[in-house]
Design a protein around this ligand. Sequence first.
Ligand SMILES: CC(C)(COP(=O)(O)OP(=O)(O)OC[C@H]1O[C@@H](n2cnc3c(N)ncnc32)[C@H](O)[C@@H]1OP(=O)(O)O)[C@@H](O)C(=O)NCCC(=O)NCCS
Length: 250
Amino acid sequence: MVSSTAGTGLQIADLADRPDLETAMLTMESTWPAYIRPDPILVHWIFERHARHQLVVLDENRTVVARAASAPLAWDGKVGNLPDTGWDEALRQCMSDTYAGHRLTALCALEIAVVPGHQQRNLSARTLQALKQHARDQGFGDLVAPVRPSLKHTATHLSMAGYAAQTRPDGLPQDPWLRVHVRSGGEIVKVCPASMTISGSLPQWRGWTGLPFDTSGPVDVPGALAPVIADVEQGYAVYVEPNIWVRHRL
Ligand SMILES: CC(C)(COP(=O)(O)OP(=O)(O)OC[C@H]1O[C@@H](n2cnc3c(N)ncnc32)[C@H](O)[C@@H]1OP(=O)(O)O)[C@@H](O)C(=O)NCCC(=O)NCCS
């Protein structure tokens, strides 16, 4: 699929039609903290096997300004069957469902990211709309997403359920990225408490964050949605990132 977004000068392409854009998509400037390290083997496999579902947004100069990565899943539509281990499990489930030959019924958004210099221009909503349209065109019944609320890192000690429940007077979520999803028709269905787990030795964590990691217990790390738990005696720390499952019926 290569399509234009009316009146915006933006063009949406997928990697099946435009494999030449894969490097630009993968190396796009982004604001992810260094310790967010998705399994490169699974990500590479999904990009190869499901290139059709990896979207790139180009501006009028044909520069990549945003991307939307996604993985198809076999999902029966039951909220209880969306995994508590959201993001990590979606990658694994995509691979096992694909190899098992199951009918892939839902598209799971893995990431929507906007190049920092192009943020705050409503590009995220347009990219989400493009992904939804793509999922509809491909015959999926739902777009689901283990959403990473963009300002949760400012409230690390608040539970994800408590954070997601905060609304503005107009009833929309306080969190900007959750708000984009809900405004575009998404339904907040449940917390996925262990969406992404990142473990590392204390020297690794020091390298990723520049923090001393010299005491055991919860450590506040910039960009993290919950405290990282360090164990100095054992020499490691673990971050378990909570996300929020959002469902878009198509
Ligand atoms: C989250 C992200 C996709 C939002 O993209 P964006 O194009 O900058 O957002 P938009 O311009 O469409 O703005 C969406 C809303 O967020 C608000 N917003 C954007 N940046 C904000 C900021 N830094 N602080 C507060 N609100 C912000 C906008 O005002 C808008 O709110 P509205 O509902 O009142 O209109 C982008 O910040 C990003 O790429 N982050 C890194 C990757 C990431 O975390 N992705 C999400 C998880 S996969």
